[in-house]
Design a protein around this ligand. Structure first.
Ligand SMILES: Nc1nc2c(c(=O)[nH]1)N[C@H]1C(S)=C(S)[C@@H](COP(=O)(O)OP(=O)(O)OC[C@H]3O[C@@H](n4cnc5c(=O)[nH]c(N)nc54)[C@H](O)[C@@H]3O)O[C@H]1N2
Ligand SMILES: Nc1nc2c(c(=O)[nH]1)N[C@H]1C(S)=C(S)[C@@H](COP(=O)(O)OP(=O)(O)OC[C@H]3O[C@@H](n4cnc5c(=O)[nH]c(N)nc54)[C@H](O)[C@@H]3O)O[C@H]1N2
Ligand SMILES: [Mo]
Length: 708
């Protein structure tokens, strides 16, 4: 039975005119781009399925991926370049030719560079990542450090936390560990492939601790121990667990002596975080804090999930992250099988078995304008700038509205969605101050309505791109249909502009494939060979990481050791940041007025940020912007399912439909973001940012609730 090729059986005969072609879904993040089997007739995709032969999804697709055909043919797809004819935000545009669009954009950018300097132009990318290696270099060749992305709010906080400690980014070794700590993990909704790893781990006897204020399918089906701290109190929980580990001598002393810097200071600081104090600060019972420490002690190895959002989206997010990761450092679970191991932070090659040096990173760094003015946000978030050297996009609206000599005047964006920012109304105000604004998107979004020129991008099904997957799998996709209307891939748009502006860069002027050749030059395959395949192919000898090799080579931190006490931070007293992973509770503007903790953004299966709310298949699963709250609070306030509930913050108020649920703790409310009609980010405080990372406190904002 296993050998039957069902796909063949499903395909109607040749005379039907239906062709089967293969692509990828790029609705979520690279590395998790699932294979799509597209049935194409008369140049149109008529049906989509998950590709059975694809190494990553093996025939499956999630609720979002299933809707790729609706995504491709959404009625508001942009089909031509357009220029604004009405007021900003009004939505009045007229079509123009590509030639006029590229000429105008190049001229405006060059003129601004000449008049005010290259840093008066900023380049921004929304969630999409496949072109970013080109885009970053593009900004640098233009001459500005002002390149920033949605990663100003996603994932990077954890990367920075590890960089402070180890100078390299680390991820969990889920496949080999004895104890997996899912710290803010609900993979069934946000990262289903990770759930596979957790289920396989359970089957071989791996133990699981999940740290999540809510009850989720993961806490119910997978956790051996479920810890429920209040939102944003994770740092205190980690320090209390560390207290128990140190008090009992459950730490790896030889490892600490050899590899760790600052243990004495850290141990001294941690003394105050007794289990009882931990309970008081987090709500997690002292007995469970002790139990978690015992589980870590009894396991031969332990690792902690890297978190892109739930740990970073707090004013104290990065310090909490550091406190959590310190648990691995003091127990020696670093660069050890089953613990945490180094990984190159790359969108296309990390850990994919063919490069020990990141060519992608090299490609992006090569042209960095070191002599240029420091990027937007450098002064306000110096640690971010020191480690990342990008614009911190959460500072962009402030920068523009300041209207001084440092202000950005021209903004060129690929897929910008202003609603991703806290207090996003400031971004609209800022757009109004710009001399010139270009946005490139698939759809006519509300952000596009503020642009002077809009350019139409195309989806993954209409372009070819290089893909790689863990285990040494590589591929170059082919378009399954022609780009709709006059739309073009983002990479092609960058190439057109690079040529128009006479960039002295053979790669950017040469186009996407030329850039990819640079990145994959160590591969034994050419792009043509990769294109000839229908599915990712495995490299003959994928590289396998040698455990301990990073420690052996020596870390690139100031002391060459794992730093619990950061000498980088210590050497910059003017930053006003703490060298130790100290704890501060989430910030409330007024605890009496705003007694509820608000978490805005915890993932739902049928949406990805702003992308899918406008698609019927996805929208019908949760038609109205809603707020989840505890049954106790619903009772107290007389609120029932479907009632209108007003959410009030220090910035404003909005009305959502109530979903009382037993999964949420008393005193907390949960809302998903990205809706056009009721946008939670419009009432979150845009200055409530983490001073270490610049991340907004989307998940420990404070509010009040009122039944309407
Ligand atoms: N309240 C709250 N806010 C949050 C978060 C949260 O948890 N809570 N999460 C934060 C996080 S982690 C993230 S990652 C961000 C997400 O940040 P966003 O960047 O807002 O993500 P999206 O809405 O998915 O995509 C942005 C735009 O890209 C367009 N797009 C899609 N594909 C392409 C393409 O191929 N080319 C081009 N040019 N455009 C394309 C989409 O149509 C959309 O308009 O939001 C952040 N904001
Ligand atoms: N369906 C869907 N999938 C997505 C996305 C999407 O929008 N929709 N977005 C993608 C992106 S950009 C990202 S960044 C990832 C995020 O992916 P994850 O990090 O997995 O996502 P979340 O669902 O935001 O958070 C996971 C769990 O953390 C809990 N949590 C929230 N706040 C806290 C806290 O303060 N402490 C602790 N310990 N737990 C907390 C939540 O209750 C939730 O159950 O998801 C990706 N996948
Ligand atoms: Mo994200």
């Amino acid at each position: 039975m296993a050998d039957i090729n069902y796909e063949k059986a499903r395909i109607p005969g040749e005379e039907s005119g239906i062709e089967v072609k293969y692509s990828v879904c790029d609705i979520c993040t690279p590395g998790s781009h699932c294979g799509l089997t597209c049935y194409v007739k008369d140049g149109k995709v008529i049906k989509i399925e998950g590709t059975k032969e694809h190494i990553y999804n093996k025939g499956k697709l999630c609720t979002k991926g299933r809707a790729n055909r609706q995504y491709l043919y959404r009625p508001d797809r942009l089909l031509t370049p357009m220029k604004r004819t009405g007021k900003r935000g009004e939505g009045k545009f007229e079509p123009i030719s590509w030639e006029e669009a590229i000429d105008t954009i190049a001229e405006k950018m060059l003129r601004s560079r000449e008049k005010y300097g290259a840093d008066s132009v900023a380049f921004y990318s929304g969630y999409t990542k496949w072109y970013r290696f080109m885009f970053r270099r593009f900004a640098h060749v233009f001459g500005t450090q002002n390149y920033g992305t949605e990663s100003s709010s996603c994932f990077t906080s954890g990367v920075l936390a590890w960089q402070v400690a180890a100078k390299s980014y680390m991820i969990q070794d889920l496949a080999n560990t004895d104890l997996f700590i899912g710290w803010g993990t609900s993979g069934y909704f946000s990262r289903w492939p990770m759930i596979g790893g957790m289920e396989r781990g359970k089957a071989r006897g791996m133990k699981v601790i999940i740290v999540d204020p809510r009850i989720t399918p993961t806490t119910q089906r997978i956790a051996d121990l479920h810890l429920r701290p209040h939102l944003g109190t994770d740092g205190a929980l980690a320090l209390a667990i560390a207290h128990v580990l140190i008090e009992n001598g459950w730490v790896d002393k030889p490892f600490i002596e050899k590899y760790v810097h600052g243990f004495e200071e850290y141990a001294e600081y941690v003394k105050q975080f007794t289990p009882e104090k931990g309970e008081e600060l987090t709500g997690v019972p002292a007995a469970d804090i002790i139990k978690a420490a015992e589980m870590i002690h009894k396991s031969k190895s332990a690792c902690i999930t890297e978190s892109s959002a739930p740990l970073g989206h707090h004013r104290n997010g990065m310090q909490n992250y550091r406190a959590i990761m310190s648990l691995l450092i003091i127990t020696g679970n670093f660069d050890r099988k089953g613990g945490q191991r180094p990984q190159v932070h790359s969108f296309m090659e990390a850990d994919h078995g063919y490069s020990s040096v990141s060519r992608e990173e090299e490609f992006m760094e090569e042209r960095f304008p070191h002599e240029g003015k420091p990027a937007v946000g450098a002064k306000r978030f110096p640690l971010w700038y020191n480690l990342k050297e990008d614009m911190q996009a959460n500072d962009l609206a402030r920068n523009i509205l300041a209207k001084d000599e440092d202000s950005v005047k021209v903004l060129f964006a690929l897929g910008m969605n202003y609603r991703m920012f806290a207090q996003d109304g400031k971004y609209l105000e800022a757009f109004n101050e710009l001399d010139f604004f270009v946005n490139v998107d698939l759809f006519m979004t509300d952000t596009c309505k503020y642009a002077d020129i809009i350019l139409p991008a195309c989806t993954s099904m209409e372009r070819g791109e290089f893909k790689s997957y863990a285990g040494g799998y590589v591929w170059f996709t082919k378009p399954v249909v022609e780009p709709l209307g006059q739309s073009k891939s983002d990479a092609e748009i960058l190439t057109l502009l690079a040529r128009k502006m006479n960039f002295d860069d053979e790669y950017l002027c040469g186009g996407y494939e030329k850039c990819i050749e640079y990145v994959i030059r160590d591969l034994p395959y050419t792009i043509e060979q990769l294109k000839a395949a229908d599915h990712p192919i495995q490299l003959p000898n994928p590289e396998v990481y040698k455990w301990g090799s990073t420690l052996e080579k020596g870390l690139k931190t100031p002391t060459g050791k794992l730093e619990l006490f950061s000498e980088l931070i210590n050497s910059h007293p003017e930053w006003n940041l703490d060298p130790l992973p100290t704890y501060k509770p989430p910030y409330s503007p007024d605890p009496e007025k705003y007694p509820f903790l608000l978490c805005a953004g915890t993932r739902i299966p049928n949406a990805l940020h702003s992308r899918l709310h406008d698609m019927p298949w996805e929208r019908h699963m949760l038609p109205e912007p809603s707020v989840e709250m505890s049954l106790e609070d619903a009772d107290k306030y007389g609120i029932e399912l479907g009632d209108d509930v007003e959410i009030i913050t220090n910035i404003g108020s909005l009305t959502f439909k109530a979903i009382p649920t037993a999964t949420v703790m008393e005193g907390e409310v949960y809302i998903y973001h990205g809706y056009r009609e009721v946008d939670i980010n419009s009432i979150l405080d845009g200055d409530n940012l983490d001073p270490y990372s610049g991340f907004p406190a989307y998940r420990s904002a404070y509010c009040n609730i009122r039944r309407k």
